[in-house]
Every structure is written in structure tokens, then in C-alpha cells.
Design a protein around this ligand. Structure first.
Ligand code: ADP
Ligand code: MG
Length: 572
């Protein structure tokens, strides 16, 4: 680290009007009272990616309540609060010059603010001011020596916050309660929970903010599924518990079915107060499964769903550059289970009908051995019984799933009712006939179809594109450029924002280092998760001082990107 210099302002004033390259010399560390400023990387010219700058205050000066920033999970919530405080304060500064990163409705582990044992720091991206290719030295001096220290104080000193220390405490406590509820769900045999009073609809199709209270109908659980949890904080929550098993959501069009499913998709992450989904909590591995024709598939075992193709192709290791609706949905499903999803979220709106169901007349007309597809309706019970995979499914147009459902929920003008009994009566089944979990000695011979597939092992070079430049780069939320190829993530609905996509891109580079021709995809993803739990999100990048802005992705989303990489190659 270069020696500490106090006179950054003088230097910058002196550089006014000089050519931009001269800014390189300001790299270093500077003190402004309790604030330390680090200029880690100076952009080469005004049009290059912004400079990397950090501001830091040590705990002795920041005086954050220590009991709220000791635990790893608390630090995630606390850092999220500080980042939001920074965004509020940013209104006073030049938003084009100072890039802090803007969090959405979820509380996630991000690189933007880091709380370590010694202090707290913000990682900023700063566009150092210029006119043409000349340095605007006076403006740069104000920005770096006044605005940034001011911003640091606004973020990190509790007396500057709108909500004061109480708001901070509540933010961390809400996060604790949400995680406790999540743990409780697992123990109580539930895959999801939707609190009474939750606001599920969003204000618009392109917004993640809640619909305004005047229009939104708050959630209310049917009495049969109502579940109450007392948390250790003293908070008591009542809402709908979605049990492990097969849950089917029915109801007329436009009655709120997809909205529930989408809330559960996002329920894998904690939410901020006021979001409306604070108490919508899903199994953290829950994964949305949809059809996605056109995607590439590399070596997936889709044989539980698709076998005996007329071409003779072996679907136990199925590859294509252009999957159909049904094969893509099958691939999405087996890939999700491969990375450990034990809850599948499936919406009729985005499913391939021939993947989901086949009606009795069609079964009569086309003999089973002439039909390569075994529809999901025939596999949903074996998946549960043999592999412990639950499904929450929206199906408004077909009764086919009544026979295999543990619970049927009907939505009527956004209000759910438990209609399991009527649905079972309609199809004439005795609920006791639905199998429970199959125990090991209960060998089911005719349903080996959904057994554990062979591990997929990428080649050592699978993720090493020919071009030597930094290989993976997020392009917005829905695309990653990887070498010369593009990975299309439009159908991966659980990616939260572009910053998380950037996290996925970093993870792909990390995976490139792990793959050696012997390591399975599942092992490599587990290794990343372990590293992240141990080192935190900074561990994902090579730049520890200033890692830029990335958000921790789930293994599900990393796998989703890997699986959509068209150059992925497996060891035979
Ligand atoms: P479905 O899948 O049953 O056809 P959607 O979930 O797509 O219905 O919802 C239809 C519309 O109703 C959407 O515009 C959605 O925002 C709105 N909506 C959903 N749930 C609620 C609710 N609880 N209160 C008010 N509006 C809602
Ligand atoms: Mg719908």
C-alpha cells in the first residue's frame, strides 16, 4: 500500500486541466477524520469502467451496536441496511459520479458494503470527473475529499440515519426472524409458508414493489392449512403452511395463481420490511421449472420423462443444441434436482402441456410404447416418494393432478380455499391411497425410473474459452457473455438482479478453476457454497480489496447458467 497522504485535495487541484492519465498517481490511502479513503484503481480514461474506491470507518468510531454485527447472518442484514442508508444519502450527491449499487426488495449478501472484525467499508465505483480527456481537478477534489467522506459518515454513523439505531435493530431482527421461520419450516415438514396479511401482487409487471394497499387483497390462509409459529423473538406468525408433498393450486384465470407461485419463487430470499412478502418463506432450494424451447442441453438424464425416441437417441445422456418445449422442461427439472432442489415450483402458464399431462383418450389412441414422453403427472409421486422432491403446481385448466395431489387449493378472487376433499371425491380416490414416503426396505420395482442419475463431470477445459480476456461478464440480468458465447438466462426467473448475474458470472470463472475432468458439477457447486459460507462473497473474485459489485447467487442459479452454456462438454 502506498504511503498515507493527507493532501489529496492539493494534488487534485494541481491536476486540474491536465490530461486524464495523470490521475493514476492518486492511487493510495487517505485519512479524513474517522474516514479512510482508498483509491484502489484509477480508470485509464473518462470512458473506461469507473475507478474503484473504498471508504471505511473503524468500529471504534462507527459504534454500531456490537450485538447486531457479530454473527455472519446478522452482518448480511446489517450491511444491507447500511447500503440502503447510503442510497438514501446518495440523493445529495452526484449519482452519476458515485455508484454504490442499489439493492431491491431482497436482503442478500453483496460485496457493496462489508462489515469485518475491525470496521465497516463501502466499495464504490466512481467516475472521476473530466471535460473531454482533461481532468476536472477541482471537482474531483470535492468529490473525493468531501463528498465521499460525507457519504461514509451518512452510511456508517447511526446518528445520521433516518430510522436511527432502532431502524437498524429492526432490520437485523426481521432478518433473524425470517431465517428462524425458514429453519422451522424444514423441521415442521413444510416447503413454504405465506403469512396472513401478506401482499403478494406487485405494483406492475416490471416492478418488484408491492401493489398499493388500496388494490391488493391481503393473503388469508384457509383454516385447514393454517399454521402458527412462535419465534424466539416473541413474534408470533400465522399463515398458510404448504406441506411437503404435491400441492396443486387451481382457480379461474386471473384469480392470483401465478402471483402466489411467483411470491414463493422469491421466498427463497429474505425481504425488507414493507415489501409485503416478509413472511413468504420457501424452502431455500425451491426452484421454478418451466419450458424453455431452444436452450442447449448437455448430457442430462431425462429418461424419467423422455425415452424411446424414434431416432434411438439415449436419453440417459441427452444433448441437444435446440431443445423442444417438453425436453427443455425435463432438462430444467432434472438439473434442478441434480443440484439439490427438493421443492419444484411449476406454473401451467410456462409449461409444455405434453410434458405435464396426457389425457385418457390420447393414452388410448397412442400406445405408451409409441409415445416417448411420460408426463410429469405420472412422475410427480415417484419423485416425492423416491427422491423426496415436493411440487407446488399451478393448474387451472386440467383436473389431471387431482389424483396425485396431497392438497388442492382453489383461489377465488385471490382468497385461497382448501378443496382437497372435493377434488379427491371428483376423481374418486381415497386419500390414503396416495403413497407416503417409501422406506428403503420398501423396494418399488417398477419405479426405478426416477433413481439418482450418474454424476455429470465436465472436461477440464469445459469452461476455458479460447479468448484470454476476462472470460465471464454479466450483460444485464438475463445474459452472460462467456468468452465469445452468450448464456441466455431469460428463463431463469429466480435471478434477482444484474448484480446477482454478475455473481453468477464470477462463479463460472471460479468453476473453471475447479473443473479438472474428475470433479462432478454437484461437487464443484458444493465447493463454491462451502467457500462462500466460510469466506463470504468476497471469496468469489480474485480482487479481495475491491471486488466490484456482486451479489451471492444460489447454487441453483449458478448451475442454471452452467447448464445453459452451449460449449459445456462432459467427460464421456
Ligand atoms: P392467474 O395466474 O390466476 O391467472 P395472476 O396471478 O396472473 O392470475 O393474477 C392476475 C392479476 O391479479 C395480476 O395482475 C395480479 O397482479 C393481480 N393480483 C394477484 N393477486 C392479487 C391480490 N392478492 N390482490 C390484488 N390483485 C392481485
Ligand atoms: Mg397464471
Amino acid at each position: 500500500m502506498s504511503p498515507q497522504r493527507s493532501n489529496l485535495a492539493d494534488t487534485l487541484h494541481g491536476l486540474d486541466g491536465r490530461s486524464y492519465g495523470n490521475l493514476k498517481q492518486i492511487r493510495g490511502r487517505y485519512r479524513f477524520g474517522s474516514v479512510t479513503l482508498f483509491v484502489d484503481r484509477v480508470q485509464a480514461d473518462p470512458f473506461a469502467s469507473p475507478s474503484k474506491v473504498r471508504v471505511r470507518i473503524e468500529h471504534a468510531d462507527a459504534k454500531l451496536p456490537p450485538e447486531l454485527i457479530t454473527d455472519r447472518q446478522d452482518r448480511i442484514a446489517a450491511a444491507d441496511y447500511l447500503l440502503r442508508a447510503g442510497n438514501t444519502a446518495l440523493g445529495r450527491f452526484d449519482r452519476k459520479a458515485i455508484i454504490l449499487g442499489r439493492p431491491g426488495q431482497e436482503v442478500l449478501e453483496r460485496t457493496n458494503v462489508r462489515i469485518d472484525d475491525a470496521g465497516v467499508e463501502a466499495r464504490l465505483l466512481v467516475n472521476l470527473p473530466a471535460r473531454g480527456r482533461r481532468i476536472l481537478g477541482h471537482r474531483a477534489a470535492d468529490l473525493l475529499t468531501q463528498d465521499l467522506p460525507d457519504l461514509a459518515r451518512a452510511m456508517f454513523l447511526c446518528e445520521k440515519w433516518n430510522g436511527g439505531v432502532d431502524g437498524f435493530r429492526q432490520h437485523v431482527q426481521l432478518h433473524r426472524d425470517q431465517l428462524e421461520l425458514r429453519d422451522h419450516l424444514g423441521e415442521a415438514g413444510l416447503v413454504g409458508f405465506i403469512g396472513n396479511g401478506a401482499i403478494l401482487p406487485r405494483s406492475a409487471g416490471d416492478s418488484d414493489e408491492p401493489m398499493d394497499a388500496a388494490h391488493a387483497v391481503p393473503f388469508a390462509s384457509p383454516p385447514e392449512l393454517e399454521h402458527t409459529v412462535e419465534l424466539s423473538s416473541g413474534r408470533s406468525l400465522t399463515g398458510m403452511g404448504i406441506p411437503c408433498g404435491v400441492t396443486v393450486i387451481v382457480g379461474g384465470g386471473y384469480h392470483g395463481k401465478s402471483t402466489i407461485l411467483r411470491a414463493l419463487e422469491r421466498g427463497v430470499h429474505p425481504h425488507i420490511a414493507g415489501d409485503g412478502r416478509e413472511w413468504v418463506i420457501a424452502d431455500p432450494g425451491a426452484t421454478a421449472i418451466r419450458a424453455e424451447d431452444g436452450r442447449a442441453v448437455t448430457g442430462d438424464d431425462i429418461s424419467p420423462f423422455i425415452a424411446n425416441l424414434p431416432s434411438g437417441t439415449d436419453t440417459r445422456s441427452f444433448s441437444t443444441t435446440n431443445a423442444s418445449g417438453s425436453t427443455s422442461q425435463a432438462a430444467n427439472l432434472v438439473e434442478a434436482i441434480e443440484v439439490g432442489a427438493r421443492t419444484l415450483l411449476i406454473d401451467e402458464d410456462t409449461s409444455a402441456t405434453n410434458f405435464m399431462i396426457r389425457d385418457s383418450r390420447m393414452r388410448a389412441l397412442i400406445p405408451a410404447e409409441r409415445e416417448p414422453i411420460t408426463p410429469f403427472v405420472d412422475r410427480v409421486r415417484p419423485l416425492l416418494d423416491r427422491r423426496g422432491v415436493s411440487t407446488v403446481l399451478v393448474a387451472g385448466g386440467s383436473s389431471a393432478f387431482f389424483e396425485v395431489a396431497d392438497h388442492v387449493i382453489a383461489l377465488d378472487a385471490y382468497i385461497p380455499r382448501d378443496v382437497t376433499e372435493q377434488a379427491h371425491e371428483l376423481v374418486g380416490i381415497d386419500p390414503a391411497a396416495l403413497s407416503g414416503a417409501v422406506t428403503d426396505d420398501d423396494a418399488v420395482t417398477d419405479d426405478d425410473s426416477v433413481g439418482t442419475p450418474a454424476p455429470r463431470v465436465p472436461t477440464a477445459k469445459a469452461l476455458r474459452p479460447a479468448s484470454k480476456t476476462k472470460s465471464a461478464r454479466a450483460k444485464g440480468t438475463d445474459r452472460i457473455q462467456f468468452g465469445r458465447a452468450f448464456i441466455d438466462l431469460l428463463a431463469v426467473s429466480q435471478i434477482v438482479d444484474a448484480q446477482q448475474t454478475a455473481g453468477v458470472a464470477e462463479a463460472l470463472e471460479y468453476l473453471a478453476e475447479i473443473f479438472d475432468g474428475r470433479t462432478a458439477i454437484t461437487e464443484a457447486l458444493a465447493e463454491i457454497d462451502e467457500m462462500l459460507d466460510e469466506q463470504g462473497i468476497d471469496g468469489l473474485t480474485g480482487h479481495r480489496d475491491h471486488p466490484g459489485h456482486i451479489t451471492r447467487p444460489r447454487a441453483q442459479e449458478i448451475a442454471a447458467a452452467l447448464n445453459r452454456y452451449r460449449e459445456l462438454r462432459l467427460v464421456e
